[in-house]
Design a binder for this molecule. Structure first.
Ligand SMILES: *Cc1c(COP(=O)(O)O)cnc(C)c1O
Length: 428
């Protein structure tokens, strides 16, 4: 065996063992179903399909086209919208497409500030900066972890942005789109909702329904609360045919050439599964997040927004300043096989010393955990964070807990030898 190959395989094996003994709690991650994972191995991975079904630049796309048409239909059905594009290869990539389609350099975009939980793609040094836009951020109510509605209305009237962008990566509560709707219509801004984190909740009929509340475009990653392959999606209710064409052309040839056909097929399986199980999954994610927030609070951790029930999504923000700060706490939790991330909180003054950690319930829910299990998870976290127990000791109990949660829930059953079917159609 080649030494480099063996080395890489061994690291991946070790990663698998580690994660099978861990509590995966990063709010932007998830695991795909066995049937969706199978699609990542198929021959689509080896092919090109530039453009749209029926209008390709290469031959050989007969069945790819069939799949793409169906995946697009599934997306429209799940999100109840007229326009869906399943070609963006990530959330950031979909965001770039929207910026390319609807703005010109030096136009103004309004968005949530990074320190209030927005994603880097909305920053000067991210996708918005690539398009050369001026950014202005909304006033934010840090106690409620949400937009200050009156201040935002005032700002929108003053600035009249070309694009009004909403959505966050620390996304605890629905954006008050309905309250902003009249103002946004009056000033004529494009209303864009970055739903990367909450796409699975929205598709499950929870959290909020942006396209019915005033948003015209939703972008997102398909691998956070929507438990699909690493890919992106763009959904819209275009104002007219011209806007729809602009959105299509911004994706290809704008920001994508080939669109990772295996991931697109895998996304189709995820969408079909979410149509079947998404509601139950989203409801359980939210119940678990609230239960975990309450359980951590009872164990002395400073979970934000107690007065609002901690969260209305999959995510929790915890201020761990008094336990050493976000970086140290996240590292100690990792040693205990509890995988989280340090996170800036709105009250932070230093961008390099975040005082918080962010926790997500979506993957724990995916492997079958329910409210009562959140008590055990909170115990394990508290032993590390508030009681200062040796993380290695806690790691053993984390691994023991994980033995009861081995399978992926809220998906179709895969046949035992399913993943072999496609391998056999190709020479070894
Ligand atoms: C994760 C995230 C993205 C980017 O997603 P990728 O798929 O990683 O490119 C964009 N916007 C928000 C709000 C996010 O949280």
């Amino acid at each position: 065996m080649n030494e480099d190959v063996a080395f890489i395989q061994e690291q991946v094996d070790r990663h698998h063992v580690w994660f099978s003994e861990s509590l995966p709690m990063i709010a932007s991650e998830n695991i795909i179903s066995p049937l969706a994972r199978e699609m990542l191995l198929v021959d689509f991975q080896d092919r090109y399909a530039e453009g749209l079904p029926g209008e390709r630049y290469y031959q050989g796309n007969e069945f790819v086209d069939q799949v793409e048409v169906r995946v697009t239909e599934l997306a429209k059905r799940l999100f109840r919208c007229r326009h869906a594009d399943v070609r963006p290869i990530s959330g950031t990539n979909a965001n770039l497409a929207v910026l390319f389609a609807l703005a010109e350099p030096s136009d103004t975009i309004t968005s949530v500030a990074l320190s209030d939980g927005a994603h880097i793609s909305t920053a000067k040094f991210g996708a918005v900066g690539v398009r050369g836009l001026k950014t202005i951020t909304y006033p934010f109510n840090t106690r409620d972890m949400n937009l200050d509605v009156d201040g935002t209305i005032k700002l929108l009237r003053e600035v009249r942005p070309k694009i009004a962008l909403f959505g966050q990566s620390v996304f605890l509560f629905p954006t008050p789109l309905k309250e902003l709707r009249d103002t946004l219509q009056e000033i004529g801004s494009y209303v864009w909702y970055d739903g990367a984190h909450v796409l699975g909740l929205i598709a499950g009929g929870q959290f909020q329904d942006p396209l019915r509340e005033g948003a015209e475009i939703i972008t997102g990653s398909t691998h956070k609360t929507l438990p699909g392959p690493q890919h992106g999606i763009l959904l819209a209710e275009p104002r007219d045919e011209k806007m729809e064409k602009k959105l299509l052309r911004a994706v290809f040839p704008g920001v994508v050439s080939n669109h990772h056909l295996h991931a697109m097929a895998s996304l189709g399986i995820t969408l079909a599964e979410h149509l079947e199980f998404g509601r139950a999954y989203a409801e359980q994610i939210m119940r678990n997040a609230k239960a975990l927030g309450q359980a951590l609070h009872e164990r002395g951790l400073r979970v934000l927004c107690e007065h609002l029930g901690f969260t209305a999504s999959h995510a929790l923000a915890v201020d761990v300043t008094e336990h050493g700060g976000g970086a140290e706490v996240a590292l100690n939790l990792e040693r205990a096989n509890i995988i989280t991330n340090k996170n800036l909180l709105p009250t932070d003054t230093s961008p390099v010393r975040p005082s918080g950690i962010r926790l997500g319930s979506q993957e724990l829910t995916r492997i079958g955990m329910r409210e009562s299990d959140m008590q055990d998870v909170a115990d394990l976290i508290a032993r590390v964070v508030t009681k200062g127990e040796d993380p290695k000791k806690v790691a053993r109990d984390v691994a023991a807990m994980r033995r009861e949660f081995r399978s992926v829930h809220f998906c179709f059953e895969a046949g035992a030898a399913a993943h072999l079917r496609y391998r056999m159609t190709r020479p070894a």
